[in-house]
Design a protein around this ligand. Structure first.
Ligand code: R5P
Length: 295
């Protein structure tokens, strides 16, 4: 047993006030330590932003182009992203447990691309998410969709479960054929997700009024990528989104369907974390470009 510490020359730096433990993310100051710590594994504290690589498409559309072999297509480029958004099946089967980045686990599902996608249920027990040490769970919300209430209940049940374990919830606003993709609709959908407890919201970029969508949402918004665009256009969209208030991006096809996914994820990071202009980031993309591994 160590002897009693009776020295009287201890240094308490009485003249230096202890720092306030604020938190760098919008609307996130009231969470418990574990939830903040998980959010800080997804968002970089130095920039307050994230480059999340979405590869969860298989949960409703099977082997998506560019994701035929996640071990070959994604594992080599994963370290360039701040976080991966993926299903638990791919996480367990294919992502090395040595992966050091953030993990956002898709936690809703049910219908395939052949059916009404809004008819989702919770697809992951929060205890399994905790067991896999994930940093957030993601749930699709279909505001205005056929199964709107059910999808919102999925969100609220996951938020309640997430608070028990300190696991944040990413609310993903769906757009569909019957849903208008404009700032009024996305402002409605994102605000509903935040009001009902989502700690982060994913939504699409719109040319008109995106800054109103981000301003009206009290928690961080990450920009969804959407269908594949030419690289410069995708970089331009990411640039405008972060300049207009997004706390980063959650892009899938615009990275993994690029001619050079490794170059593209690094170019996106230059825009998101360094505020590089699209032309400068595109120059980096061109310099780094090597062809994708095709399965
Ligand atoms: C969309 O709602 C899902 O979350 C996706 O499977 C995915 O995240 C979409 O990514 P992207 O549209 O950028 O390919």
């Amino acid at each position: 047993m160590p002897e009693a510490d009776t020295r009287d020359d201890k240094s308490f730096h009485e003249d230096i006030p202890s720092p306030e433990q604020g938190f760098f993310l919008k609307g996130s100051g009231a969470y418990d330590w574990g939830m903040k710590n998980r959010l800080a594994r997804i968002f970089r504290p130095d920039s307050g932003r994230t480059v999340m690589l979405a590869i969860d498409h298989g949960y409703f559309q099977g082997p998506t182009t560019g994701l035929e072999r996640v071990d070959l297509n994604i594992v080599p480029i994963a370290p360039y992203a701040d976080a991966l958004m993926l299903t638990r099946g791919i996480l367990r089967s294919t992502i090395p447990a040595t992966f050091r980045g953030g993990v956002v686990m898709r936690a809703s599902g049910g219908p395939s691309i052949l059916k009404d996608l809004s008819n989702e249920r919770i697809a992951v027990d929060i205890e399994d998410a905790a067991r896999m040490n994930v940093h957030a769970v993601a749930v699709q919300v279909f505001v205005g969709g056929e199964y709107e209430t059910q999808s919102i209940e999925n969100l609220t049940r996951l938020v309640d479960a997430g608070f028990r374990y300190g696991i944040p919830v990413l609310g993903v606003t769906a757009v569909g054929k019957e849903l208008t993709r404009d700032a009024r609709y996305l402002g409605l959908a994102t605000r509903i997700c935040a009001e009902l407890g989502a700690q982060v919201v994913k939504t699409y970029y719109v040319d008109e009024g995106f800054e109103k969508v981000t301003a009206g949402c009290p928690v961080p918004i990450v920009m969804a990528g959407g269908k594949k665009l030419p690289e410069l256009e995708a970089l331009d969209m990411a640039y405008r989104a972060v300049q207009e208030g997004a706390a980063g991006v959650d892009m899938g096809r615009n990275i993994f369907q690029s001619e050079s996914p490794a170059a593209m994820v690094r170019a996106v990071a230059k825009v998101v974390h360094e505020g590089a202009r699209p032309a400068e980031a595109h120059e980096l993309y061109r310099e780094l470009s090597v062809p994708a591994v095709h399965a």
